[in-house]
Design a protein around this ligand. Structure first.
Ligand SMILES: C[S@@+](CC[C@H](N)C(=O)[O-])C[C@H]1O[C@@H](n2cnc3c(N)ncnc32)[C@H](O)[C@@H]1O
Length: 170
């Protein structure tokens, strides 16, 4: 099963929207099996990935809410379907902000139970692009249910959406 809605095509869409400079340093927060990390490296980015339960030797073990990286150490932070799973989306955004350089970019795709704009604003991110990918999220869940695969997280009841956001640390 793909570990985030839309798979690699979705990752490439985020990268297209963000248009990061060649060789940019990128941290994948909640990197899982390292598929996106491998793609980032293949595209020439200086990428690292961290996950609480890494499923590849290329991904470092650690908590995305308290990463070991110094302040302002990355040009970009990317995260796919992991901030919500961490149980503390605002905390994850604060940690992303801390490790980003000023003007650094946030490439985020995640589940939201509220409008993302105030959450990002509270963490001092300016939103540059936003796309609603909720249909992909529904397909992802239906596919998991159909194949009797474990779902990536427990989803509380309520109206949720799945958004792709490109932000800038201001
Ligand atoms: C749905 S998976 C997505 C994995 C990957 N981003 C992808 O798209 O293939 C969510 C990931 O978030 C990780 N995760 C959840 N809470 C975390 C935390 N506090 N710190 C680091 N990783 C965490 C999980 O271990 C899991 O690998």
């Amino acid at each position: 099963m793909r570990s985030h809605p839309g798979g690699e095509a979705h990752t490439r869409r985020m990268l297209e929207l963000a248009a990061l400079p060649a060789g940019a340093s990128v941290l994948d927060m909640g990197a899982g099996a390292g598929d996106t990390l491998a793609l980032l490296r293949a595209l020439g980015y200086d990428a690292r990935g961290i996950d609480l339960a890494p499923r590849s030797e290329t991904v470092e073990e650690g908590d995305l809410l308290r990463t070991p990286y110094p302040d302002a150490s990355f040009d970009a932070v990317l995260s796919e379907c992991a901030f919500f799973v961490s149980g503390d989306q605002p905390g994850a955004l604060r940690e992303a902000r801390r490790v980003l350089k000023l003007g650094g970019r946030l490439l985020l795709s995640d589940v939201f139970f509220e409008e993302p704009a105030p959450l990002l604003k509270a963490a001092d991110f300016e939103i540059e692009s936003e796309e609603d990918l909720s249909p992909l999220w529904r397909d992802y869940f239906l596919e998991a249910l159909w194949r009797d695969e474990p779902l990536c997280c427990r989803i509380p009841k309520g109206k949720c959406s799945y958004r792709l956001l490109i932000g800038r640390k201001v």
